[in-house]
Design a protein around this ligand. Sequence first.
Ligand code: TMP
Length: 202
Amino acid sequence: MNRGLLIVFEGIDGSGKSTQCRRLAELLNKKGIANISFAEPTRGKWGMKIRQLLEKGRNGISPDEELEWFMNDRKEDVEQNIKPALKAGKVVLMDRYYFSTAAYQGALGFDPHKIRADNEKFAPIPDRVLVFHNSPEISLERIESSREEKSAFEKRDYLIAVQNIFKSFSGPNIRYISSDPSLEIVYEQVVCEVQDLFEVKL
Ligand code: TMP
């Protein structure tokens, strides 16, 4: 099968992963490498339900339902977006993927390693996962300066628990990047951590 590359950006809110994901897309465009970016939660029917939850809080929804919504959203994304793009030979850049479910819903009490294994039954396994980490205080400062209100998912203790789960993942394709240094230095590190996947010099 013709298969592209799957590169995933993960980390707690305010870790700077979305900015780095955009910058890598710009670099690939400049190099003429076909690529496409997707973000989860998506803007599909499950993703929109999730976005309401982020805005209005978790009132009235159980942790089981929350986990189910994220899984349904991903199943849709995999079938409609990710698999077709990989089949077309594109580099797929993901701003969040199933490691987020393992970490965020894992922090609600589910077993993160089971969540990861359940996802790997249907979701393509990434060629590289870049997990960004920084002090939750920095994340919260960034969130507060960029938005008026924090979402239900952005409380300090919860973010610490989420980040601890992110740090517990292991595998040959996982790389940890501190996002404490400047954007430029973090960007250099991103390029360095994916260079071996490409034949051309990035
Ligand atoms: P975003 O800010 O990167 O768009 O993500 C929205 C929120 O959704 C963020 O707080 C993390 C959360 N989230 C989960 O809790 N589980 C998941 O599986 C995903 C993809 C996101």
